[in-house]
Every structure is written in structure tokens, then in C-alpha cells.
Design a protein around this ligand. Sequence first.
Ligand SMILES: [Zn+2]
Length: 375
Amino acid sequence: MSSPFDILAETEPGGRRGQLHLPHRTVQTPVFMPVGTAGTVKAVPQDTLESLGAEIILGNTYHLYLRPGHELIRRLGGLHRFISWPRAMLTDSGGFQVFSLSALRKVSDEGVRFRSHLDGSSHFFTPEHSMDVQIALGADICMAFDECTEYPADRSRAEESLRLTMAWARRSLSHFRAHRGEAPWTDPKGCCMQCFGIVQGGMYTDLRRQCAERLVEMDFDGYAIGGLSVGEPRALTLEMIAEVLPLLPKDKPRYVMGVGYPDEIEQYARMGVDMMDCVLPTRAARHGLLFTSEGRLNIKAKRYSEDQSPPDPACGCPVCRRYTRAYLRHLMQAGEPLSAILNTVHNLAYYLGIMERVRNSLQETSRPAAKISVL
Ligand SMILES: [Zn+2]
């Protein structure tokens, strides 16, 4: 097997057009990954995701571990088979949800004890356990178990969180390497499951640098920048990404977790971020917020009640080709389930369309490799 990540074209500010070879799919990058929290990208059937061009989706380890349980999913052949998704999948480590959703957390060097947000039952997650769960689910990409620093966090809190994250990264990777052969599927192409490390460090650039350098020494398959989009001003998000990107190996994929608005994902992709995920297009859709080429559109607004135009005249998605703003507004007002489906399909088509345009433009504006090397 050749390198799992090929860079096909590069641009001067650092943007790259690449291909990530994963067991279930070769993914074109930069890529936006729809979030499939509990084994479903909410409101969208899998065949629709495929027709929209989604090549990789996320699964949430915390949710799937609690319900229906990773051992059940393993017995049913892994998450791909269970949810009938033939393309690539990435699972998060569960860390973010443990810290944001569960109650009564108790963090120690060993791991974190928490109570389920579903039934109050007590659970203990360690880096090793997180990797076992992700391997049982059978993700193409597993994420190291980390502690996501909240915002704002003072320096001593960020330092402590960083210390844990780095120790947990090392344990995650060594457990992953020892057990990745236990995936519930075998890949005819011989691609391996991958494990990505997560750069934390709050909003402190020196802590971010320190974390990135240590993780790179550990030699992960790819690197994520986590703990962003947690309430900080956008300029700070950008500063952290700009600080960390140059420290990450050029020949490995870089993933910024949990971003963002349409203009953000385009900006970060052009800076050299290869992968992004965000609940925004799906969650906003269920609240009637559509992202369009003309800006944000709140479909609940009365002014759309007799508007015969498509949600986004410049969009070629199945929703914009067929339905009017007036109808989408009616569905929302009436509380019809189809409202969430149609709004989400459009928003995902819009996000995936942005990435497709960025990939095409990176390809077109790329410079010959020889020139890049002397810049
Ligand atoms: Zn559309």
C-alpha cells in the first residue's frame, strides 16, 4: 500500500487538494464530514447522503457506547454494516461528549468516571476503553481520547488539561496499535484503520505548540486541532489554527474539529485544513435556518409565506430543484417531519458544495511542485 494520504496539488498560502485512502473509501480532500451522532445523520437517509456526495461521516462514540452499545454493534458486524453505510466513517473519542453532556464527572490520571445523561448509570472511560469501543464500532479513523479544555480556561487549568491529553494520547496510540487488527471487518485493499491525535492547549499558543510537537513525535496517522469553536471569538479560532498548522507534518491529514460557518470552512480549507466536521448545517436546519448563496435564510419568517422561489436559486440540490420557500415555511410552521429532512438535505448539499468548489479551485490555482519547494 502506498502512502495513505496523497497531496495532488498545493497552493501558495498552504491550501492542498488531496486524497485520503481509507478502508471503506478514498476520500477527496479538503472534505466536510456530516455528523452522524447516534448512527444517523439526523433526518437524512444514507442513500441520500451518498447521492449528495458525502464520502465520510462521523459517529459519536459516547452516544453509541451508551445506546445501543458497542458490543452489540460489533456482533452485528460493525457500525458500517449496522447502519448500512458503505463509505468511510470517523468516530470521535467520546471525550467531548463526556465533558459536555454527562453529569458528575470525576477526572483522574487513569480516566474519567461519569454518569450517563440517559439513565444516570455510572461509567468509567479510559484511553484504552475509548480505543476498544472505537475498534469495536469499526471506524476507518479513530480519535485519541482527550480532555477538551473549556472556554474560557485559565492557564493552570489549560496546562493540567494538556498534561492529561498528552498522557492519554500516548496510551490511546499504543493500545490502538496493539488492537487495531480486531476491527469487525477486513479490508480487501489492505488499508488500515487509522488513529489521529488531537492538539489541545486552550487558547494559549505556546501550549498549543508544545502539544503539537509532542504529538508529532508520537507519529499519529493524522492530526486534529480540538477545543475550538467552544465559544471563543472567531479571530482566536483562526489564530490557534494558524499557529498549529505549520507544526503538523505536511504529508499527513489535518483535521479541525467542530467548525464552522460556511465562510469559515472555506477559509480554513484554503489555509491547508484537510478535514472538518460540524453539527451546524444539520442542527440549524432543524431550527429552520438555511445556509444559501445569498446568506442565511430563516425559513420561519412570514415574508416567505407566499414566496415561490427555491430556497437557494443558485443551488442544484434535490430540495432547491423541487420545492419553494413557501412550502418549506409551511412544513416548519406545521411541525411536519419532512421539514427537518428537506432543510437538512439542502444545508448539507450547500456545505458539501462549498468543499467541492474549494477542491476545484485548489486544483486550478496550484503551482508546479518545483516552485512550491523554493517558496
Ligand atoms: Zn439546495
